[in-house]
Design a protein around this ligand. Structure first.
Ligand SMILES: N/C(=C\C=C\C(=O)O)C(=O)O
Length: 141
């Protein structure tokens, strides 16, 4: 994956408060455009919401790792879909990151009118925990 692009305004991608990390709303925007977008011969665009969801969760994981956390340590996620018709495709990708046997974050998923760019079909914001001081390496990752 290409490196994460700069934020769209003056906000932090990740901000720590106490033992928690708050991750700003994250989309599938990459340095070279939004992932999961195909342009047909007549110029019509189709969107792969599963691919966008994968990119977003990977971006959140990549943003959390330098702080000692990860997607596996997320305690809450808020997910925004432009179209609830994408809910099944979104869940399919989401569930690959959080299979039933792992402890999963709480989640709220809502539909929104629009995201900052029309190619963005999903945005996710997350709150992640930090490892306890005496916890061994690798727990919950
Ligand atoms: N979090 C916001 C936008 C995120 C866009 C992106 O990650 O591509 C915002 O405007 O608050």
């Amino acid at each position: 994956m290409t490196p994460a692009p700069a934020p769209l305004a003056n906000y932090s991608d990740v901000r720590r408060s106490g033992q928690q990390l708050y991750v700003s709303g994250t989309t599938a925007r990459l340095a070279d455009g939004v992932a999961g977008v195909t342009v047909g011969p007549a110029g019509a665009k189709t969107y792969d919401v599963g691919a966008q969801t994968d990119v977003i969760l990977q971006k959140i994981d990549t943003a959390l790792r330098p702080h000692g956390s990860s997607v596996g340590r997320c305690v809450a996620m808020t997910c925004y879909l432009v179209d609830m018709a994408d809910f099944a495709a979104f869940n399919e990708a989401y569930n690959r990151w959080f299979p039933p046997q792992v402890v999963t974050p709480t989640r709220t998923c809502v539909a929104v009118l629009a995201l900052p760019h029309p190619d963005m079909r999903v945005e996710i914001t997350a709150i992640a925990g930090l490892p306890e001081r005496d916890e061994g390496p690798g727990t919950s990752d």
